[in-house]
Design a protein around this ligand. Structure first.
Ligand SMILES: Nc1ncnc2c1ncn2[C@@H]1O[C@H](COP(=O)(O)OP(=O)(O)OP(=O)(O)O)[C@@H](O)[C@H]1O
Ligand SMILES: Cc1cn([C@H]2C[C@H](O)[C@@H](COP(=O)(O)O)O2)c(=O)[nH]c1=O
Length: 256
């Protein structure tokens, strides 16, 4: 008799993040994409949309960053590494607040995740050296992955940075300074380079080569296809034998 090992996949839902510079169309395209899905994912709001967030640690940390950055749209307060740690703490807090939803099998979409922290903080640490910024961004992402599991899938929405600047200015009725517009252009390039280092986790939709309908359809299909056959989600700092944060299953043992 041949015994075929049964590979159990976790019953959790997928965790998906949407990345890209301000104004690139993350919210616009993702809203259209999820409209076409049978099962609506939970959408975790981007920072700037968290006006009615429940009081708690996440809100307090974000308020501290906002106050320290005195109105800078990219939350830059002048101490990028300390800010990176606070941003990662917020993203950890976000994950904690999503665990019940993920555990019950629902898909969750994070509007920006730790990849944005890696890109924005790396650019501040190496403002004049794109290669050093890329190396730092990859290192920060690796560091972030010891704080919390990375998303199962990360969708990068990209475009000509100038178009994103124009859209964001029109939406927010503001004018970015030349320095802020340069920061966005450099962030745009760094997101693209960082995505290229991890093609398994990233999907990239480039608005220069697809129209908005194709872009929304691509995003819909990627979200849909990430929904099944997922492995367990473990605390990275507990090692591969830790129990799954969602189903409680321990690697190498029978069903939970
Ligand atoms: N294809 C499009 N046609 C018309 N308007 C668009 C299109 N894509 C985006 N927009 C508009 O451009 C603005 C910026 O888009 P959106 O808010 O989706 O950007 P975002 O990437 O989510 O930005 P942020 O990071 O600041 O949240 C919005 O007002 C949105 O409605
Ligand atoms: C998550 C995160 C965000 N930021 C910056 C990027 C944006 O300019 C602002 C507001 O974020 P939103 O998602 O567009 O509302 O915050 C950052 O610098 N680092 C991060 O980790």
């Amino acid at each position: 008799m041949t015994i075929t090992p049964v590979v159990l996949s976790c019953t959790r839902g997928p965790l998906i993040s949407i990345e890209g510079i301000t104004g690139v169309g993350k919210t616009y395209l993702t809203s259209r994409a999820v409209e076409a899905l049978d099962n609506q994912p939970l959408m975790l709001e981007a920072f700037s949309q968290r006006t009615n967030e429940r009081p708690g640690l996440g809100k307090a940390l974000l308020r501290a960053l906002r106050e320290a950055s005195a109105g800078d749209p990219f939350l830059r307060g002048g101490t990028p590494m300390a800010e990176a740690l606070l941003l990662l703490a917020i993203k950890r807090h976000d994950l904690d607040s999503l665990m019940a939803e993920l555990s019950s099998g629902h898909a969750v979409i994070e509007g920006r995740s730790v990849d944005t922290t890696a890109v924005c903080q790396a650019l501040q640490l190496h403002p004049d050296d794109p290669d050093a910024a890329l190396e730092m961004a990859a290192a920060l992402r690796e560091f972030a992955s010891s704080y919390r599991p990375l998303p199962d899938l990360t969708i990068l929405v990209t475009d000509n940075a100038h178009e994103a600047v124009v859209r964001a200015q029109r939406r927010d009725q503001c004018v970015f300074t030349p320095e802020q517009a340069t920061f966005m252009r450099e962030a745009c390039a760094l997101y693209e380079r960082l995505a290229a280092t991890d093609p398994t986790r990233y999907r990239v939709v480039d608005r220069r080569s697809v129209d908005e309908h194709e872009a929304a359809e691509l995003i819909r299909s990627w979200i849909h296809d990430t929904g099944t056959g997922l492995g367990c989600m473990r605390e990275p700092w507990q090692g591969p034998r830790a129990r799954c944060m969602c189903c409680g299953h321990r690697a190498g043992s029978g069903p939970a």
